[in-house]
Structure formats: C-alpha cells, structure tokens
Design a protein around this ligand. Structure first.
Ligand code: MD3
Ligand code: FE
Length: 208
C-alpha cells in the first residue's frame, strides 16, 4: 500500500514493473561505463564514499553540480533521457494524486555492494525545492528518514525493496536521510543485477 511516512514523503512499494526494473538495470550498466565511469566519490576532506555513483544531466561533485566530471575524467556527463524523466513524472503523480509539472534535469545513480552505506545527510546542493524521486532495484536496504533539524532522532526506519519508488517533496525535501544497511542476497537476479543495490534519484537542480 502507498504510505506517507511524513508530510510530502510518500513510499510506493513495488512500483516499478519488472520490465522497467530490467530496463533500468541494463541502462545503468551502460551509464556506469561511459562517458564517465561510475566511481567512489572522494569528499573534500579526503573521505571516500563506500557507495559508487554516476550522474546524468549534471555531475554531482561534492558539494556542487557541474556539466563535466572534473573530478573523474573531465568529460561531459550523459544527458538525462526523456523516458527516465517521464518515469519521475509518473511517480510524482502517483504519490501526490495529481499531475503537477515535474521536470527533473539530473539523475544520481548509486550502487551499493553488500558493505556500502550512506551516512545521514541533507541534499542541499539543488537550487530548487522540487521533489526528489528515488527508485530502488536489487538488494533491499534499511532506509532512515529523519527530520530537518538534526542528524539524529526522531527518525523513521523503512525497508526499501527492489522496485520501490519514494517521492520526497514539500516539507520532507530537506530532511536528513541515510542508508545504514544493505541486506545482501535479498534482490531478484531476474532483473539482471546478480548482487548489490541500485538507487536512482531524479532531481531538479535549478541550474542552467
Ligand atoms: C529525502 N541516496 O543520493 S534515496 C542520495 O538510497 C541519497 O542511494 C540514498 O540519499 C540511496 O542523496 C537514499 C532516498 C532519498 C534521496 C534523496 C532525498 C531521500 C531523500 C532528498 C531529500 C529528502
Ligand atoms: Fe540524499
């Protein structure tokens, strides 16, 4: 069942069809190679993220967006395909029960192996308060959705499974969130992903 876990934060379990999951896995496999290879992002203070990331539309380079992957190989990132933006529009419509304009210009594609995690953070590099759409494929994870004030409690823990969509808009757009754990071996190899977790987030950067 569709569930609003906080105002503006709507979980759509099993939302992606199996065909969509397979298509996304195949597309991500190509995007992870060229023009910019998927990599562990290096943070300004020298930390290395356990998650691997590749971007479409704009390149996220902590903590800003650029058109070229200056911290990887300097090449312009691949465009965000219209079919992926369409998927984002459909998720927003299904989450909020109305067709508002939603025109994402960026996707961040994260790959988690069985050990990868993501600490609690806010996504504040976008100059827009439009919703973020998250699509998950492969191994399930523990997703922690917090509050807008602190990294800590109160938070709500939600299990995200393969095929789930999540829309974060309105008052939830700038909440802290993270991924403390991936449940290795819980994915469905029939999607084409034999192990690990893929997460795509669609965003409006507000840049031009
Ligand atoms: C809530 N990714 O890429 S998706 C990220 O599963 C990120 O890879 C996680 O956090 C992942 O920044 C979580 C859910 C998510 C994504 C963006 C959000 C939740 C969000 C932005 C604002 C509020
Ligand atoms: Fe985030």
């Amino acid at each position: 069942p569709i569930r609003e876990i906080a105002p503006g934060a709507v979980h759509l379990p099993g939302w992606l069809t199996f065909d969509e999951r397979r298509r996304l896995v195949e597309a991500c496999r190509a995007w992870a190679k060229e023009p910019v290879p998927m990599r562990h992002t290096v943070l300004p203070r020298g930390g290395v993220m356990s998650v691997q990331t590749v971007c479409l539309g704009w390149h996220w380079q902590p903590y800003r967006y650029t058109r070229t992957a200056d911290d990887v190989n300097g090449r312009p990132v691949a465009p965000l395909p219209e079919w992926l933006a369409d998927l984002g529009r459909r998720a927003v419509t299904d989450a909020y029960g109305e067709a508002g304009a939603y025109d994402p210009d960026t996707a961040l594609i994260n790959f988690y192996d069985g050990q990868a995690k993501m600490g609690m953070h806010q996504d504040k590099d976008e100059k827009s308060d439009a919703p973020v759409v998250s699509l998950s494929i492969g191994d399930a994870c523990l997703f922690r959705f917090g509050n807008t004030e602190t990294r800590g409690r109160p938070y709500t823990d939600v299990r995200l499974d393969s095929g789930d969509a999540f829309v974060f808009g309105g008052p939830s757009r700038f909440a802290y969130h993270g991924v403390p754990k991936v449940y290795a071996g819980t994915g469905d190899p029939a999607t084409g992903l034999s192990s690990g977790r893929l997460n795509l987030t669609l965003r409006v950067t507000g840049l031009r």
